[in-house]
Design a protein around this ligand. Structure first.
Ligand SMILES: [Zn+2]
Ligand SMILES: [Zn+2]
Length: 123
């Protein structure tokens, strides 16, 4: 018989695996509540930070947005945020074609960008 703590953590992992996109703690809560009755936002925050420590989750920061989290260890990719429902989606791979023109003598080591728009459900 699994302890309540184990079941809570499992429910949180399942939420991320099932959704397959970055989730905010509030979104995680609504999925986890379907599996574990009475799970609280404090429990979600505690488990998310322990999953980040274990490197199972990684934070996704989007300018001007509260933090989202996604399963760690994925290759380089970018994110799409729907302006209507606020959901964040993963865009696999990198669509940054060609090299941006950098000032002479500069060398890029990484890049980041986000796409904002309307998802297919909200369209
Ligand atoms: Zn949407
Ligand atoms: Zn890229």
């Amino acid at each position: 018989m699994q302890s309540r703590n184990t079941r809570q953590k499992e429910a949180i992992r399942t939420a991320f695996m099932t959704e397959g996109r970055p989730l905010s703690p509030e979104e995680t809560l609504s999925y986890a509540q379907e599996q574990v009755e009475g799970i609280s936002i404090a429990t979600i925050y505690r488990n998310i930070s322990s999953l980040v420590e274990e490197r199972w989750l990684t934070p996704v920061s989007i300018p001007g947005e509260s933090a989202r989290y996604e399963i760690a260890g994925k290759g380089h990719h970018h994110h799409f945020r729907c302006n209507q429902c606020g959901k964040v989606f993963e865009m696999p791979g990198c669509s940054l074609n060609g090299k941006p023109k950098l000032p002479r003598g500069f060398r890029a080591t990484s890049h980041e960008f986000f796409i904002f728009g309307v998802c297919s459900e909200c369209k």
